[in-house]
Design a protein around this ligand. Structure first.
Ligand code: GAL
Length: 469
């Protein structure tokens, strides 16, 4: 046998060993934690006295009459097959009319016993065109903030929750670095007006969802598959955050400014299959790590192997968040395919109960997400966690188990300052339209009546036990 053949054969015989070693390493590095809930007493939880107990919404989803934004245009369009962009054919329209009914909604918050409310500003209402700031809209949010404070509810504002004015979209939004200045200007304007009363600010809600929705899954505007543009937008949004943080903090160093990160775990469908592992790890790196590593190390490493990569460093980045907002919903399993779009179609993890969304109930995942974001070394606020459950037969248990997991994380030493349930009321769930029922309160969109769901009483009970404010 010649030498070359010999070397080739011995290399081949080492392959199974290498496969096994890699698999074992991944197995231990990324365990798919499972808790035995039948053994757990969910009553056994504790929360600090000054904990923020809240609920969250976003302008486009609840206010109504958001007619001048990227999403307003998007929800009226059809896709290349002539089908409506929104799966149900809904448009947001009047939504839950919170613009007019905010006082009623504050009553609901009082009934729940929460001490904080996270909501977003509709940039498109405040700055309908580049040169106009609308005083009525600015005044409206003054009224909302004042009403919250009067009722002992701490406001938390999100500056960008997926939507922005159509003029900004037409300029290329965050695809164009030049446009960052418009976002910073808008933020400065509203900050100057509300900073005396609002202590908690989130710059961006979930850059990773905005970007994967818009440039990978294409169910969000602009709906163009482009991993390359996605990398550019990541970089520009992270830059916009840093600039905004610095500008705002200059004027009021005592406020707390953070960014909101959605965290999902990505599991290999078959834990013995290295292809499944590869897709899961690549997805997790893009979705979770691009933002997290930037605030942990100062470097954003965005990488889709064989397609594109982008790296950006700003060593000051870790000093530009006072807290990390964590949104947690569930985990996904992925199965290998050479086509990345096919490979990242969400598969529900086997053996777990479904939510009404395409993912399962996995409350222990919130503990894993907390561990992950805690590596930033900043206080954590859980800015969203909730369940779509139209039948309301899983919500109560979901709340108990999720809050048990949060409490365990606090006991284990993680610095968690608050928890905001998504959502206060049913609302317009983006690509899913009005089909998804996340609300603690059910909304009849004809009459705008709100009704407390049975399962939500678990949240009331827990808050009652621990909220001393
Ligand atoms: C988040 C988003 C919210 C809400 C929620 C439920 O990603 O920030 O606006 O839609 O998901 O799916």
């Amino acid at each position: 046998m010649n030498k070359l053949l010999k070397t080739l054969l011995s290399a081949l015989s080492a392959l199974p060993l290498a496969y096994l070693a890699t698999n074992t390493y991944l197995h231990f590095k990324h365990p798919q934690t499972k808790w035995d809930w039948s053994e757990i007493d969910t009553e056994d939880s504790e929360f600090p006295d000054d904990f923020l107990w809240g609920t969250a919404t976003a302008a486009h989803q609840v206010e109504g009459n958001n007619e001048n934004s990227n999403w307003a245009a998007w929800e009226k369009q059809k896709n290349e097959n002539g089908e409506p962009r929104i799966k149900t054919g809904d448009v947001s329209g009047k939504a839950a009319n919170q613009w007019e009914l905010y006082e009623k909604d504050i009553e609901l918050m009082k009934e729940l016993g929460v001490n904080s409310y996270r909501f977003s500003l509709a940039w498109s209402k405040i700055q309908p065109d580049k040169d106009t700031f609308n005083e009525d809209a600015l005044q409206h949010y003054d009224d909302v903030i004042n009403a919250l404070l009067k009722n002992g509810i701490e406001p938390m504002i999100t500056l960008h929750h997926f939507t922005h004015p159509i003029w900004f979209e037409e300029l290329g939004a965050f695809e164009n670095e030049e446009n960052i200045k418009y976002f910073v200007e808008f933020s400065q304007r509203v900050f100057a007006r509300y900073k005396d009363r609002v202590k908690y600010w989130c710059t961006f809600n979930e850059p990773n969802v905005y970007i994967t929705g818009g440039y990978f899954i294409t169910e969000f505007p602009p709906g163009i598959y482009s991993p390359v543009t996605a990398g550019i937008v990541f970089e520009n949004i992270l830059k916009a955050h840093v600039k905004t943080y610095k500008e705002l903090k200059k004027h009021e160093p005592t406020v707390q400014i953070g960014i909101v990160q959605s965290t999902f775990q990505f599991e290999p469908l078959r834990r013995w299959h290295l292809g499944d592992w590869a897709i899961a790890r690549i997805s997790s790196n893009i979705f979770n790590e691009t933002t997290l590593s930037f605030f942990r190390t100062g470097t954003m490493n965005y990488l889709l192997p064989f397609e594109t990569s982008r790296s950006y460093t700003d060593l000051e980045a870790p000093n530009t968040i006072d807290f990390i907002g964590l949104n947690y919903y569930s985990h996904h399993a992925y199965k290998f395919d050479f086509d990345f779009r096919k490979a990242t179609q969400s598969i529900a993890v086997e053996g777990e109960e479904m939510t009404d969304m395409s993912y399962t109930i996995y409350p222990e995942g919130i503990y894993r997400a907390i561990e992950e974001v805690s590596k930033l070394g900043k206080p954590i606020i859980i800015t969203e966690n909730g369940i779509a459950d139209a039948k309301d037969d899983r919500r109560g248990k979901f709340i108990k188990q999720s809050l048990y997991a949060v409490s365990k994380a606090i006991k284990d030493g993680f610095d968690i300052r608050g928890y905001y349930y998504w959502s206060l009321i049913d609302n317009f769930e983006w690509a899913e339209g009005y089909s998804m029922k996340f609300g603690l309160y059910e909304v009849d969109f004809e009459t705008q009546e709100r009704k407390l769901r049975e399962g939500s009483k678990e949240y009331i009970e827990i808050i009652k036990k621990f909220n001393s404010k």
